[in-house]
Design a protein around this ligand. Structure first.
Ligand SMILES: [Zn+2]
Length: 108
């Protein structure tokens, strides 16, 4: 029997929408306006802002995404611990979706 990893629920995505992938955290996002789905790789060491003043959450992201189907801006801000665990996440203009949802919608 195979153990298939359970898809993350919306509640789990609110707490942690980031999927670890080698040296990156991967996000799957859906535009609130047109429903376009995105995948974003945030590379550890490149795409994170370092906040030296906050020892409990020294890594941050502050990103704006615009898709190809509409001009809606999706803004994401998040803070992370030193081991890249999210401690606060804000998203505006879109929502986080699971990897499985992304794969279904990107293919279909
Ligand atoms: Zn859109």
């Amino acid at each position: 029997m195979f153990f298939k990893k359970k898809q993350r629920s919306n509640r789990e995505l609110e707490v942690n929408p980031f999927y670890k992938d080698k040296n990156a955290l991967v996000l799957y996002i859906k535009c609130d306006k047109c429903g376009e789905v995105f995948r974003s790789h945030l590379r550890i060491g490149y795409d994170f802002i370092i906040n030296y003043d906050d020892r409990s959450a020294p890594f941050m992201i502050d990103k704006v995404y615009v898709g190809s189907k509409c001009p809606n801006k999706i803004e994401i801000k998040a803070k992370f611990t030193g081991s890249y665990k999210p401690v606060s996440i804000e998203i505006d203009g879109g929502k986080f979706i699971s990897r499985e949802t992304y794969e279904e919608e990107a293919e279909g």
